[in-house]
Design a protein around this ligand. Structure first.
Ligand SMILES: Cc1cc2nc3c(=O)[nH]c(=O)nc-3n(C[C@H](O)[C@H](O)[C@H](O)COP(=O)(O)OP(=O)(O)OC[C@H]3O[C@@H](n4cnc5c(N)ncnc54)[C@H](O)[C@@H]3O)c2cc1C
Length: 437
């Protein structure tokens, strides 16, 4: 079966994945020079930096999801297909998807990354990842369900386990999530669940290294740790989770923990597609590319964003898996695709670090960009502004701003409904079946 897209005289560029990389590229090249086909397994672009707010019932999922068809509604020579790409057949310039096959002149793989459980079955089956809107909604339902369940549990140990949250991995995602859970413990629990003792809710953030937010300066790491501790989060450094048995978390230094919920933000892995040979995958399944983001040993296949591995003197282990790298690679590739068609020389990728930021609960953040170093409330305002501006579409910016304003003044959450109860038993079975197949 073939995907029905009429071929015209323009070169066809298929982009797999409409994340930061794929979306930026599609916006830049969908004009007169190319026919662009964007394929994504979701019909929307999502904004991962705010997933933690979806997970902690601060924002509705619709605030951080943008339908591709709306984004590209006025573009000519642009096609979107909702499909999962299963295989690339390089020799035939063809991709195979669950809705049919399609030929390309140029292929761009922008499939992002997946959660890395380092091959540990206990973590794969039982921990809660947070890489997608679906997974963030699972966490939200689980948190709300845990509180409801805890009310009915008499056994002290079981009740404590239900109220305990352990987050593994203290990069921005783990830190921001821990901060948001700390807000729930301090400001929400006693209002919404007066029968539960907020002191019972224990939040532990485990980090393998000797500081949290290792990509920031030491000062920022220390500030962030202090902000988390003020929110009642227990930060455990130099500790590594080695296994998870449902209620029991094992660590390498025997600081074992009891918790019904382990949120796993401690590893990412590339997300390659079948047909891309193992020999061009390195450092956790990322796909090796040259300085133009071209797949090694290929003429017309490019890889951008998290899943691309460009090794050079400045980046011996490849670039960080962050949005700015994905966006800047897409911008560079948009120029190069035009250069190739117009027979102009192509340019090399050079990353410009625009800095890092992370928020810790309400009113606190750390922002570092070159010489600009902000901590606390001012940093929080900057964090909010930058994230608002980065959201796609004016309506979403307004919507998120209104939600934030409402939550700020009400000290509450926005979306506390359990609309899709999370069936952990079924989820574990599905994950087990997936591993076995
Ligand atoms: C919780 C969280 C918080 C983050 N916070 C920050 C932050 O604050 N700042 C920052 O810079 N970075 C942050 N990141 C990292 C940032 O989101 C990624 O670096 C960025 O999204 C990478 O962009 P990408 O386009 O490579 O991949 P993605 O944005 O992951 O997009 C990949 C796309 O490919 C699609 N796809 C995948 N496989 C297939 C397939 N086989 N067929 C069809 N479609 C497919 C997916 O549906 C998705 O739309 C965060 C990430 C997470 C998970």
């Amino acid at each position: 079966m073939r995907i029905d897209i009429p071929k015209n005289s323009l070169k066809r560029v298929i982009i797999i994945g409409g994340g930061f990389a794929g979306l930026t590229l599609a916006k830049k090249i969908s004009n007169k020079l190319f026919q662009v086909v964007l394929i994504d397994k979701n019909n929307y672009h999502s904004f991962p930096p705010l997933l933690y707010q979806v997970a902690t019932a601060d924002l509705p999922a619709t605030s951080i999801a943008f339908p591709f068809r709306k984004i590209f509604k006025d573009r000519k020579n642009f096609f979107f297909r909702l499909a999962e790409v299963k295989e690339v057949v390089k020799d035939e310039n063809l991709i195979k998807t669950n809705i049919g096959d399609l030929n390309y002149d140029f292929l761009v793989i922008a499939t992002g990354s997946a959660t890395n459980y380092f091959g540990n079955e206990g973590l794969t089956i039982r921990s809660m990842p947070m890489k997608s809107i679906r997974e963030a909604l699972n966490i939200r339902s689980m948190v709300l369900q845990n509180f409801e369940k805890a009310l009915g549990i008499k056994n002290k140990r079981k009740k404590q386990s239900m109220m305990n949250y352990v987050i593994a991995g203290a990069g921005p995602t783990g830190v921001e999530l821990a901060g948001a859970l700390g807000e729930i413990k301090q400001n929400v629990l006693k209002k919404e669940y007066p029968e539960l003792n907020p002191e019972m809710m224990e939040i532990t953030l485990i980090q393998a290294g000797d500081r949290i937010l290792p990509m920031f300066s030491k000062k920022a790491s220390e500030k962030a740790k202090k902000y988390l501790e003020e929110l009642g989060v227990d930060v455990q450094l130099n500790s590594r989770v080695t296994d998870y048995f449902g209620d029991y978390i094992q660590t390498h230094n025997n600081k074992d923990l009891i918790a019904h919920t382990l949120i796993w933000t401690a590893g990412v892995i590339g997300n390659p597609i079948a047909g891309i040979e193992d020999k061009v995958q390195k450092n956790n399944k990322r796909i090796m590319v040259d300085k133009h983001n071209r797949l090694i040993n290929s003429e017309n296949i490019f890889v951008i964003g998290d899943t691309a591995l460009m090794i050079n003197e400045n980046n011996p282990r490849g670039h960080a898996m962050i949005a700015q790298v994905a966006i800047q690679q897409a911008v560079m590739l948009s120029k190069n695709l035009k250069n190739i068609v117009l027979r102009n020389p192509i340019v090399e990728f050079s990353y410009k670090d625009k800095g890092s930021m992370a928020t810790i609960g309400k009113n606190k953040a750390v922002v570092e960009a070159g010489n600009l170093k902000l901590y606390g409330r001012v940093a929080w305002y900057v964090w909010m502004l930058v994230h608002l501006l980065a959201l796609v579409g004016f309506n979403r910016k307004i919507k998120v701003f209104m939600e934030w304003t409402k939550n700020y003044f009400s000290s509450g959450r926005g979306v506390e409904l359990i609309l899709h109860p999370f069936d952990f038993g079924k989820e574990k079975k599905d994950r087990k079946d997936k591993i076995q197949n």
